[in-house]
Design a protein around this ligand. Structure first.
Ligand SMILES: *[C@@H]1O[C@H](CO)[C@@H](O)[C@H](O)[C@H]1NC(C)=O
Length: 359
């Protein structure tokens, strides 16, 4: 099975340069919901069907007696993220089922489709669980947005899934930490079980990209603000009905200009919009990397230049010293020589997250 799957994905890689149709049958006008199964508001019978497709049920124990304010924000962010993931994977399954140009895998097609169908339903249950808990605590459930995904072939869709799932795997660490700090211990076990589920998915996405299934011994951490910002890069601006009820920060965009980054120490090129530079003394800002469970790495901005409407600069990427595999989050922060942890980085961040994936 493994070699057959790898063979088929290699074939796909060779046809991805085909001109995309650009036709969006599945999501006219970028509207994804409600799905035919009623999601995000399925009735009881529809929930039973989703559970069958997910190969398991929603947790049926009682919710914890209380939920802290940070705990509420955690659940809102989880719901926002899971809704986005359901939109993405539902469209991916649609593209594969209909063998849309760029999505006909030939041999291995059925295995991939079966895996992704389970993932869609599992993500639907994650979303229903988070929104259900919000309702239980008298909070407005998070509603879906309109979305647009920058992919038109299977390989780039899976690479994107692997990247945002890595960011989720980092952010759920932050969520669990905040639950623990806020006295919400009753939710840590369930969220940890979701981390495991998302990591199983990640192993599959990595295999399909011919990467080894496990990226690094301690997965990269992230914070909620980085995930909140990243999710919004896939939503149509102004289309999220109640995103304003989520009290998290949205950073200004940071672009990683270097592509196909090799596993070696090198200078990487980044940019941000000149219009966003505002009154900052750009040459005093820092470029910070978060990878694994290590202390944030702080680098100076070098060769700062203005090119058209962009500010372009470089920063050393010290791969060899820290073995920066898997996800690395880059952020441009206000001046500091060191940061105690990812939270301190997020507090000082102006531009980010820049997303780097190695191996
Ligand atoms: C599905 O295919 C359409 C048409 O190429 C594309 O616009 C869309 O981004 C694809 N979605 C996913 C999740 O691959």
């Amino acid at each position: 099975m493994r070699s057959a799957l790898l063979y088929s994905t290699a074939l796909v890689a060779s046809i991805t340069s085909a001109v995309p149709t650009g036709k969006r049958d599945f999501s006219p006008d970028n509207v994804y919901f409600p799905l035919p199964n009623g999601f995000p508001n399925p009735n009881a019978g529809q929930v039973l069907e989703i559970q069958k497709q997910a190969h398991g049920t929603l947790p049926n124990g009682p919710p914890p007696p209380t939920l802290s304010p940070e705990g509420i924000t955690n659940l809102k962010l989880i719901a926002l993220n899971e809704l986005f993931e359901v939109a993405f994977f539902t469209e991916l399954v649609y593209n594969l089922t209909n063998k849309v140009q760029g999505y006909d895998l030939g041999y291995g097609h059925d295995y991939v489709l079966d895996a992704l169908s389970a993932i869609v339903a599992q993500e639907e249950l994650h979303a229903l669980n988070a929104n259900g808990a919000l309702s239980h605590f008298n909070q407005e459930p998070i509603q879906p947005c309109k979305y647009s995904f920058p992919v038109t072939d299977f390989q780039s869709a899976i690479a994107l899934a692997g990247t945002f799932t890595d960011l989720v795997l980092g952010t759920l660490q932050d969520v669990n930490q905040l639950f623990a700090q806020g006295g919400d211990a009753g939710l840590v076990r369930a969220v940890s079980s979701v981390i495991g589920n998302e990591a199983e998915q990640e192993g599959f996405f990595r295999l399909v990209q011919k990467k080894r299934p496990s990226s690094q011994p301690f997965l990269t951490t992230a914070t909620r603000d980085f995930a909140f910002t990243a999710i919004q890069s896939f939503t149509i601006p102004g289309s999220c009905p109640n995103i304003n009820t989520i009290p998290l920060k949205t950073f200004k965009p940071l672009t990683v200009e270097t592509t196909n980054i090799a596993a070696q120490t090198q200078a990487l090129k980044f940019s941000f919009a000149k219009a966003d530079a505002g009154l900052y003394q750009v040459d005093q800002l820092k470029l910070v990397y978060i990878n694994g469970q290590n202390l944030p790495i702080v680098e100076p901005l070098i060769s700062v230049n203005t090119a058209g409407d962009k500010v372009v600069f470089e920063a050393e990427f010290p791969y060899d010293e820290y073995l920066m595999n898997g996800l690395t989050i880059a952020a441009v922060t206000t001046a500091a020589d060191s940061f105690a942890d990812a939270d301190a980085v997020a507090k000082a961040t102006i531009f980010g997250p820049g997303i780097i994936e190695i191996d």
